[in-house]
Design a protein around this ligand. Structure first.
Ligand SMILES: [Fe+2]
Length: 227
């Protein structure tokens, strides 16, 4: 007698979300390197746009990992208790917040330097260099942490977590984030086939939301990254 294969949670949204955090942090570290090197000149308006962007990025990274602690970890303990050891990953999560605070403080400092009547561009480049180093550190940290998390947890989630539990984790991740910031970035970092699958899962609402949110995000992005 055959058995019906068990439905597995779909990890695509999480995988693209992880990639977005990693790639965008790396991209921002490289951007700040160019500002530090004098290749790109920042003024008050652009520094303010960067501060908002980095604030949203840090909020998103914090929220994602907080939701893993609060919602995903209990699901894993209930579904696969003996099979996972979450101590290393939890320690990483605790180490993340001080780095995010450093990023926010660096962005505040850059705005403060460029907000004065006659901004000192040399000082702005020094502050940008420090912020670039902090972002590079955050980026390295996310690369290592997320690779480990996906390697250790994704097979366990596929094997042991029910689709209903997984969907509740995904809902919790979505609930706390800024959809106007997160959704257009998912579109940017998803592969075409992944985007098609996400569209098929979410239905027409995703296409509509992206159409509404894309222009504002592109303007925000141009203010931060444009030459
Ligand atoms: Fe994590």
């Amino acid at each position: 007698m055959g058995t019906t294969p068990r439905a597995e949670p779909n990890l695509l949204g999480f995988r693209v979300n992880h990639r977005t955090m990693r790639a965008d942090t790396r991209r921002l570290a490289e951007l700040l390197d160019r500002v530090a090197g004098g290749e790109l000149t920042y003024d008050r308006r652009r520094a303010t746009a960067l501060r908002t962007y980095l604030g949203l990025l840090c909020d998103g990274i914090h929220h994602h990992h907080q939701t893993e602690d609060d919602v995903l970890w209990p699901v894993l303990e209930r579904s696969a208790g003996g099979e996972v050891d979450l101590r290393d990953l939890s320690a990483d999560h605790a180490a993340l917040d001080p780095v995010l605070d450093e990023v926010r403080a660096g962005a505040d400092e850059l705005v403060a330097v460029l907000a004065s009547g006659a901004p000192d561009q040399g000082r702005a480049r020094t502050v940008a260099g420090r912020l670039a180093a902090t972002l590079a550190r955050l980026s390295d940290f996310l690369d290592t942490h997320i690779e480990q998390e996906e390697r250790l947890l994704f097979p366990v989630i596929r094997r042991h977590v029910s689709v209903a539990d997984w969907n509740s984790v995904e809902r919790a991740v979505r609930r706390g984030g800024s959809i106007r910031f997160e959704l257009p970035r998912l579109e940017r970092y998803a592969e075409p086939a992944e985007l098609a699958e996400l569209r098929a899962i979410a239905g027409p609402v995703l296409r509509v939301l992206l159409a509404v949110m894309r222009p504002g995000f592109r303007r925000r992005e141009a203010a931060v990254f444009g030459d």
